[in-house]
Design a binder for this molecule. Sequence first.
Ligand SMILES: CC(C)(COP(=O)(O)OP(=O)(O)OC[C@H]1O[C@@H](n2cnc3c(N)ncnc32)[C@H](O)[C@@H]1OP(=O)(O)O)[C@@H](O)C(=O)NCCC(=O)NCCS
Length: 169
Amino acid sequence: MTPKHPSESLTILTDLVLPSETNPLNNLFGGELLARMDRAASIAARRHSRRIVVTASVNHVAFNRAIPLGSVVTVEAKVSRSFKSSMEIFIDIWVEDRESGNKTKANEAIYTFVAVDDTGRPVEVPQIVPETELEKQRFDAALRRKQLSLLLAGKIKPEDATELKALFI
Ligand SMILES: CC(C)(COP(=O)(O)OP(=O)(O)OC[C@H]1O[C@@H](n2cnc3c(N)ncnc32)[C@H](O)[C@@H]1OP(=O)(O)O)[C@@H](O)C(=O)NCCC(=O)NCCS
């Protein structure tokens, strides 16, 4: 399978925050942002694998900044690393200033998707070759995050989390 670059899976979703999508403080409801991120990540995973993909895990979400009603929100998703059948998707959330048009980063998240066949069985995906400095950093740390996610899900034993152990030795 020919390896791919993260840029080949880049997915950008831009949309408004409408009244029905806000909490009592008139900020974007967290569940709405999670859904937008899941959609963008799913398209990125599909672009990388050209397969049916399913969300296996939401590894990390940081709601660092509230996003007010009426904001223009951009969700940017890219595959940061692929393994055998799973792909880590890194998601950056940007909010656009109405007057200047400048974008500031509001939140970020990391999802894991798995490529599957018609019966839901995991299938192999192309490997990733990172290009930019940021893509290389995210690629390098992805195995650690995969091991942490599998450990928390009870799918591997602590002694098998070699990359995590290396952090503390
Ligand atoms: C995701 C799913 C396909 C994994 O199936 P499985 O039988 O556990 O298959 P495996 O154990 O072979 O795991 C497949 C891959 O997923 C990875 N994976 C599974 N659970 C994971 C988790 N919690 N975190 C990170 N990676 C995970 C495995 O490490 C493996 O990766 P690799 O092939 O790249 O090494 C299966 O659990 C599933 O279909 N879940 C439901 C998905 C869904 O419906 N999502 C929508 C939300 S409701």
